[in-house]
Design a protein around this ligand. Structure first.
Ligand code: FMN
Length: 175
């Protein structure tokens, strides 16, 4: 039976993992059985009727394990309703504006075009100085990225609520 929802994610320092957990929690509270797993722990997509896939953004790219997951599962994803999200920008204001119009990794856009996700979201991220390597600290300082937790949980929850509504209405066919 494929009656479950999968929230799969790639996170280096934990901020994206918490966003994925929040989405999973909202879907469960809406009555949808949901698994939240790092992409590395996902096997077969057969048990899942829908997939939410997200990655942290590092230097404008998705994490390599998320890219590998997207590529390896393109066919299965194309046959299911899919939602994609990224977490990254720190600072206040519209996340896409903070990323100077960045919306999704350019190199992955052709795959997204074939999968036809229901939506591609960008959420604010978090930068915890204590978790960063020396090189990361240097890079973050160099681009003057604000440190701190800028995640907007209302934005994450309302995005998840739209996913839950769509799936519960049964409006899940592709195309
Ligand atoms: C070295 C480095 C590079 C980053 N590059 C970007 C970037 O290009 N765009 C962006 O919006 N955020 C960037 N970020 C911010 C992260 O995406 C943000 O901290 C995110 O929430 C991290 O998620 P994680 O804790 O799940 O790994 C960068 C952070 C670091 C440390």
């Amino acid at each position: 039976m494929n009656d479950r929802v999968l929230v799969a994610y790639a996170s280096k320092h934990g901020a994206t993992a918490e966003v994925a957990e929040k989405i999973g929690q909202a879907l469960r509270e809406a009555g949808l059985p949901t698994d939240v797993l790092t992409v590395n722990r996902v096997g077969d997509l057969t048990p899942y009727k829908a997939v939410v896939l997200g990655s942290a953004v590092y230097i404008g790219q998705w994490r390599k394990e998320a890219v590998a997951f997207l590529k390896a599962n393109e066919k299965a994803l194309a046959g299911r309703p899919v939602w994609l999200f990224s977490t990254g920008p720190t600072g206040k204001g519209d996340p896409v504006e903070l990323m100077k119009g960045w919306h999704f990794p350019k190199a992955l856009q052709p795959i997204a075009d074939r999968i036809q996700p229901r939506d591609i979201a960008v959420f604010h991220g978090a930068l915890d100085q204590k978790k960063l390597s020396l090189v990361e600290k240097w890079m973050v300082k160099n681009v003057k990225a604000p440190l701190g937790d800028f995640r907007v949980w209302e934005a994450v929850n309302s995005w998840a609520a739209v996913i839950a509504d769509t799936l519960k209405k049964g409006a899940v066919s592709k195309g």
